[in-house]
Design a protein around this ligand. Structure first.
Ligand SMILES: Cc1cc2nc3c(=O)[nH]c(=O)nc-3n(C[C@H](O)[C@H](O)[C@H](O)COP(=O)(O)OP(=O)(O)OC[C@H]3O[C@@H](n4cnc5c(N)ncnc54)[C@H](O)[C@@H]3O)c2cc1C
Length: 605
C-alpha cells in the first residue's frame, strides 16, 4: 500500500464531520500543506454550548495551531459553583470551584484566560483552570482559520458509505442543494470519520464500540436567555439521584446553559417541551425570581460509555466521539477529540508526503487507545460517585467543599489533561528510562493520564507533554525580527504542528555540530539551548551556527530545570509536531535512532 497511489487528481484527505475533532484535524493538515475537504451532513453549523470546557492541554494545542488568541478573546472563565440546599433551607448556599485551582507555573502556562508571558503576572494572579466557550463559537473560530487555507466546510453533504482498496477510498455522498438531493463520489487517499458517536464511518469500517448506555442518567441540555439570575455563579439545585437543575452563564451576555434531569425526571418529556423545562426548573429550584426567554436549543442525552477496539481500518480512521463516548462529567469529550486529531494530523501529513512509512499510522491506535481507556474509567467513576453521593445524601462539610475526594462536583488536576503521555509508544526513545527499575509496558499504559504534570518532580520522559520554558533569549533572530537579546521568547513560540523541534542542550553551538548533522532539514528544526551563564563569545566556538535554526540562551535556567539537564552534560530532547517529547537521548546515535523509527530508513515509494 502506497500513500499516494489514489491517482494524480485524488484528494489527499477527506474528513467527515465538522465538529471540533474534524476541524482540528483539517487545520493541522492544512497547515502542513496537505489538501483536505471537510463535509458535514448538517445544513448549517449547529448552535449551542455543549463541549464548552477547554482544558489547559487543549489550550496549548490551540496555541500551536495559532487559534488560541481568538478563543481566549471570545471565551470566559468558568464561574464558581453555588449549590443551594433544598427545600427552603435557611442555611447559606455552598460555594466551590468545579475545577480545583492550581497556580500556573513557567512550564504550565494556562492559566486562566490569558496567554501568560511568564513573569508578566505574579503567580498568584492567575490560576490553572479551563476556559469556557460554546462549541458553536469554538468551531466558528476553527472554520475561520481553516478558510485561510482555502478550505470551507461543505455543509449539506452526507456520507452514505465508502469502499476502500489498497490504493484509495471512494466515498459515496448525498449532496443537498436548494432542497434537492444528489448523489456524488469523492475519491481520497485517506478518509477520517469525525462524525460523532452515531457516525457512519466507524460502523462501515467494522470497528467495534463496546460499552454501555446509562439510560437512567439521561439529562437535558438547553441554551436559553434568562433574566434575573446572577451571572457570577454556576447555579446547582437538587441532585442527580432525584431531580437536578444546573444553570451556567455563557460567554454571550444574557444567555445561560441549562443541564437538568435526574433519575426521577422524565427527560423525554422535558426535551420536547420548553414549557415543561421552565416548570421543572421552578419546581426544583423553588425560585420564581428569574425568567426565561425563547429557547435557542433543547435536547437530551444519555451517557454512553463506549470506545472502539482500534482507531483505523485500512485507509479509514476515526477521531473524537466517533471513537469514544462517555459521561460529560469532567468535560473530557471534545478535549480528547482535539488530542486524537492532533496526534493523527502530523502522522498523516508525513505519510501522505511520503516522508514517513505507512507503519507510522499504526501508532495512532497504539498511543491513543490506552489514554481513552483510562479517560472512560475516570469519567465513569465521576458519574458513579456523583450519583452515589447524592443517593446517600452525603453532607459535605464546609472545609471539604473544595476537596475532590469529598465533593464529587470538584474535578481534580488529572482532568486538566497535562499529564497525558505516550511513554509506552514504539516510536519514543528514552535513554534515561527506568533507572534500574524495569516497568512493563502494561504498567506504563495504565498511567496514560497521570504523569508529567510538571509539578510532580518526576523528570520529563519520552512520551510526555513537552513543558513550556519562558525567558529564552533568541540569539539568532530571523531577519525581520528584533535584534539579539532585545526580547525573550517561550519555547511554545517555536513549537509548531508542521515540524519536529530538536532541542540540543549544549555549552556551545560547536559541540552540537555532530547532532545537527543528523537532523533532516525538511521535517525538523534544531534549537541549541545554551546554559544561563554562557558568555556571548562562546557562541561562535567550533562553528555550527549556520546549521542551526535557532540558538537561544536559557536566561533564567528554566529550560535546564524543566528538562532536567545537568549543564555540564549534553542532552537532546526531540519534541514532536504534536508537542510530545519523542526522544530523550544523549547524542547523535540516539537522534539517528529516533529519526529512523519515525521517518523510516527505507524510502516509502
Ligand atoms: C451535556 C454535554 C456537555 C459536554 N461538555 C463538554 C465539555 O465541557 N468539554 C468537552 O471537552 N466535551 C464536552 N462534551 C462532549 C463534546 O460535546 C463532544 O465530545 C464533542 O462534540 C465531540 O466532537 P466531535 O467533533 O468528535 O463530534 P461532533 O461534535 O458530534 O461532530 C460530528 C459532526 O459529524 C457530522 N456527521 C455525522 N454523521 C455524518 C455523515 N454521515 N456525513 C457527514 N457528516 C456527518 C455531524 O453533523 C456533526 O457536525 C459534552 C457533551 C455533552 C452532551
Amino acid at each position: 500500500m502506497s500513500p499516494t497511489t489514489a491517482g494524480v487528481d485524488a484528494l489527499p484527505i477527506l474528513v467527515v464531520g465538522a465538529g471540533p475533532s474534524g476541524l482540528v484535524l483539517a487545520l493541522t493538515l492544512a497547515q502542513n500543506g496537505v489538501a483536505v475537504r471537510v463535509i458535514d451532513k448538517a445544513p448549517y453549523p449547529p448552535k449551542g454550548q455543549r463541549g464548552a470546557g477547554i482544558m489547559p492541554r487543549s489550550q496549548e494545542i490551540y496555541e500551536f495551531l495559532g487559534v488560541l488568541p481568538d478563543i481566549l478573546k471570545a471565551g470566559h472563565m468558568v464561574p464558581p459553583c453555588i449549590q443551594y440546599e433544598l427545600p427552603g433551607s435557611t442555611n447559606p448556599p455552598k460555594q466551590f470551584d468545579m475545577m480545583a485551582m492550581y497556580d500556573p507555573s513557567p512550564d504550565c502556562p494556562y492559566a486562566s484566560h490569558h496567554v501568560l508571558s511568564w513573569g508578566q503576572f505574579p503567580s498568584h494572579f492567575l490560576q490553572l483552570r479551563p476556559v469556557a466557550l460554546g462549541q458553536d463559537e469554538i468551531t466558528k473560530i476553527l472554520r475561520s482559520h481553516l478558510a485561510r487555507h482555502g478550505c470551507e466546510v461543505e455543509y449539506g453533504v452526507e456520507l452514505a458509505g465508502f469502499d476502500q482498496s489498497t490504493e484509495s477510498v471512494k466515498a459515496r455522498v448525498s449532496i443537498t442543494r436548494e432542497g434537492n438531493m444528489e448523489p456524488g463520489i469523492i475519491q481520497a487517499c485517506w478518509l477520517v470519520g469525525a462524525d460523532g458517536g452515531r457516525g457512519t464511518v466507524r460502523k462501515q469500517a467494522g470497528l467495534t464500540f463496546l460499552g454501555e448506555t446509562r439510560g437512567e442518567d439521561a439529562l437535558i441540555i438547553a441554551d436559553v436567555p434568562i433574566t434575573g439570575l446572577d451571572r457570577d455563579h454556576w447555579h446547582i439545585w437538587g441532585d442527580i439521584s432525584t431531580k437536578l437543575v444546573t444553570i451556567r452563564p455563557c460567554e454571550k451576555e444574557g444567555i445561560f446553559w441549562i443541564m437538568a434531569g435526574g433519575r426521577q425526571a422524565d427527560c423525554d418529556k422535558l426535551a420536547s417541551d420548553p414549557e415543561a423545562v421552565r416548570q421543572f426548573v421552578r419546581h426544583v429550584s423553588n425560585r420564581t425570581d428569574f425568567d426565561f426567554g425563547e429557547f435557542i436549543t433543547l435536547s437530551s442525552f444519555k451517557p454512553n460509555i463506549r470506545m472502539v477496539n482500534k482507531y483505523s481500518e485500512g485507509r479509514v480512521f476515526v477521531t473524537g466521539d466517533a471513537a469514544h463516548v462517555h459521561s460529560p462529567m469532567g468535560a473530557q469529550g471534545s478535549n480528547s477529540g482535539v488530542m486524537d486529531s492532533f496526534n493523527l494530523g502530523w502522522k498523516l501529513a508525513l505519510v501522505y508526503k511520503s516522508l514517513a512509512p505507512i507503519a507510522l499510522l499504526s501508532t495512532y491506535t497504539e498511543e491513543r487507545l490506552p489514554v481513552i481507556a483510562q479517560m472512560l474509567n475516570k469519567t465513569t467513576s465521576l458519574l458513579d460517585r456523583t450519583v452515589a453521593h447524592a443517593a446517600n445524601k452525603v453532607d459535605i462539610k464546609p472545609e471539604h467543599l473544595q476537596n475532590e475526594d469529598m465533593n464529587p462536583w470538584v474535578r481534580g488536576k488529572i482532568l486538566l489533561q497535562l499529564g497525558i503521555n505516550y511513554r509506552w509508544s514504539s516510536i519514543v526513545i528514552d535513554e534515561e528510562a527506568d533507572g534500574g527499575r524495569v516497568r512493563s509496558i502494561e504498567e506504563t499504559r495504565l498511567k496514560a493520564y497521570e504523569t508529567a504534570t510538571g509539578a510532580s518532580g518526576d523528570r520529563v520522559h519520552a512520551g510526555d507533554r513537552a513543558p513550556d520554558v519562558p525567558f529564552l533569549v533568541d540569539l539568532k533572530p530571523k531577519p525581520n525580527e528584533s535584534a539579539v537579546g532585545s526580547g525573550t521568547k517561550r519555547l511554545f513560540d517555536f513549537l509548531k504542528p508542521t515540524h519536529h523541534t530538536v532541542l540540543v542542550f549544549s555549552g556551545t553551538v560547536g559541540a552540537a555540530v555532530e547532532i545537527l548533522k543528523e537532523i533532516p532539514p525538511l521535517v525538523a528544526r534544531s534549537m541549541v539551548i545554551l546554559p544561563t551563564r554562557t558568555p556571548i563569545e562562546q557562541l561562535v566556538l567550533g562553528g555550527g551556527l549556520e546549521e542551526t535554526h535557532y540558538v537561544v540562551k536559557d536566561s533564567y535556567g528554566y529550560a535546564y530545570k524543566h528538562y532536567f539537564v545537568d549543564p555540564t552534560k549534553r542532552k537532546v530532547v526531540i519534541v514532536r509536531p504534536d508537542g510530545i517529547v519523542g526522544a530523550v537521548v544523549s547524542g547523535a546515535e540516539g537522534v539517528k535512532k529516533y529519526i529512523g523509527l519515525v521517518f523510516g530508513t527505507e524510502p516509502v515509494n
